[in-house]
Design a protein around this ligand. Structure first.
Ligand SMILES: Cc1cc2nc3c(=O)[nH]c(=O)nc-3n(C[C@H](O)[C@H](O)[C@H](O)COP(=O)(O)OP(=O)(O)OC[C@H]3O[C@@H](n4cnc5c(N)ncnc54)[C@H](O)[C@@H]3O)c2cc1C
Length: 383
């Protein structure tokens, strides 16, 4: 009798989550469909080509999303397991700052491992998925080349950023057509554009130094980079994940007691503050205070200067999906089973990776999510 379907499992998207998931499904009748000519293009450029693939410290607090759901999935395949997986396959990793694990050589090593692990799984490259339907318990996956029939499908099509390397809204379209809710989508891990009052930031393009940035209830301490269009750098990328419209706060002198620093000194303000002079000059201009010797500061002057530790402003917006490292929002995790990544609405439909409503901070958390969710899904399907 002729089979009603081509594959038992079809993975949509050969990115980090799809490939990792596939590597545990070697013995199944599966295939992967991918619009690019090669696998893992985003993975390849991740971490500046060295792929920050996880972090020494990973908890649900590093994610924007339902923390109970995130926690449950991470616990089933944590950072230690990810490290073990790649180290056992010969990848050398190194911790850079803040517990971030990077490849010592190149992210191509990660791609090679995943390629080797999924060698037995047929990959259809250059096939753009256009639509999915379910008829008589079979999924019909329509691509621009042909139609595939499968018993189960795993949506691993990622987020919306970096269209240039294949990002597409198809995963969100499939989910909503099958009755899922998509929580609001927006660029995350991205720089901020600024309003008129902060246009002086633009004069500082290229300067970077460590600051503390508070947004909502989160506080990050890391490098801030003044850019041509606004502000960027790790501290801003992290803040962008939690920013809704409204104010953020910057402490340009974190861990420094301004009062103590300025006590009994004859030095100029710009000589005593341990941050770039060019910044101090622009900052002083913006608060209308001249650069003078510290012992000549009046109480009023000091009050003005203290703004440097509590600078509040509202960004105008962000640099958009062309620059964002992630998409915040996605398929509502209340509608996904945390033990299997299967839809609670449609049998045989699964969601993994960035297409879900889980977004990690900068530091390897998004790839960790791609791997953890990919594993949990594969484990529930493994034959
Ligand atoms: C510049 C940059 C640097 C980053 N650096 C890091 C880092 O160092 N550490 C970290 O943790 N995270 C990093 N990220 C984020 C991380 O890369 C992603 O979160 C992760 O790759 C998501 O995995 P995924 O499998 O969900 O999606 P992806 O890896 O994006 O895979 C989705 C796949 O689906 C394919 N696809 C999409 N639509 C279709 C369609 N219609 N038909 C067929 N195929 C389709 C895409 O081509 C893609 O191959 C970075 C992101 C960017 C943009």
């Amino acid at each position: 009798m002729q089979k009603k379907y081509d594959y038992e499992i079809l993975i949509l998207g050969a990115g980090a989550s799809g490939l990792f998931c596939a590597s545990f499904l070697k013995n199944s009748n599966s295939a992967i469909i991918e619009s690019n000519q090669t696998a893992g293009k985003k993975l390849q450029i991740s971490g500046g080509g060295k792929c920050n693939l996880t972090n020494e410290f990973v908890t649900s607090q590093n994610y924007f999303g339902n923390s109970e759901f995130v926690d449950s999935v991470l616990r089933k395949y944590d950072q230690k397991k990810v490290l073990e997986f790649f180290k056992n396959r010969g990848v050398e990793l190194v911790i850079r700052s803040q517990g971030q694990y990077f490849c010592t050589k190149s992210s191509n090593e990660i791609l090679k491992v995943l390629g080797d692990e999924t060698r037995s799984i047929k990959k259809y490259f250059d096939h753009k998925i256009i639509n999915v339907e379910k008829k008589d318990d079979i999924f019909f996956v329509y691509t621009d080349k042909k139609v595939f029939k499968s018993q189960k499908i795993i949506v691993a099509t990622g987020g919306l950023s970096y269209k240039i390397i294949g990002a597409d809204e198809i995963g969100f379209k499939i989910a909503s057509e099958f009755g899922h809710t998509i929580t609001p989508l927006k660029p995350a891990l991205v720089g901020f554009t600024v309003q008129k009052e902060q246009f002086w930031f633009k004069n500082l393009s290229g300067i970077s130094f460590k600051v503390a940035m508070s947004v909502d209830k989160k506080k990050f301490e890391d490098e801030l980079l003044f850019a041509h269009k606004g502000i960027s750098g790790p501290v801003v990328l992290n803040a962008s994940l939690y920013w809704e419209k409204g104010q953020i706060k910057i402490d340009f002198l974190p861990n420094i007691d301004l009062k103590k620093l300025l006590k009994n000194s004859k030095k100029q303000i710009s000589s005593i503050l341990p941050i770039p002079k060019r910044f101090i000059k622009e900052f002083l201009q913006s608060i209308e205070l001249e650069d003078k010797s510290v012992d000549s500061l009046t109480q009023e002057d000091f009050k003005k200067l203290a703004i440097i530790k509590n600078y509040e402003f509202s960004p105008a917006g962000n640099f958009g999906y062309t620059k964002a490292e992630a998409t915040r929002g996605g398929v509502n995790t209340d509608e996904i089973d945390q033990n299997t990544m299967q839809s609670k609405k449609i049998n045989g439909l699964y969601f993994i990776g960035e297409v879900t409503d889980v977004t990690g901070e900068l530091g390897g958390y998004n790839l960790q999510w791609a791997f953890s969710s990919g594993f949990v899904c594969a484990k529930s399907l493994a034959v």
